[in-house]
Design a protein around this ligand. Structure first.
Ligand code: FES
Length: 83
């Protein structure tokens, strides 16, 4: 199981949910999102540490230091920051 830490909000476990957004949502985190499909960019957060894998091919291209929580799963422990 991977640990997802959101700076300023706390941490939760990733336990095979569809996406990081789903895991964070289930744990009651107040994460920004809209489409959940990689189209809008609303869920973009800074990846401070750790690695992620894309589980769908997003249309929206986040900045180099950002990831889309709706379109990724963690590969080990990750630390995120909401911009
Ligand atoms: S919620 Fe729209 S790109 Fe993730």
């Amino acid at each position: 199981m991977s640990k997802i830490t959101v700076i300023g909000q706390g941490e939760c476990e990733f336990d095979g949910q569809f996406s990081m957004l789903e895991a964070l949502d289930e744990s009651g985190f107040d994460m920004p999102y809209s489409c959940r499909g990689g189209n809008c960019g609303a869920c973009a957060v800074k990846l401070i540490s750790g690695k992620v894998e894309e589980i769908q091919s997003p249309i929206y291209e986040p900045n180099d230091d950002e990831i889309l929580t709706c379109s990724c799963i963690p590969m080990g422990d990750v630390v995120l920051e909401i911009p």
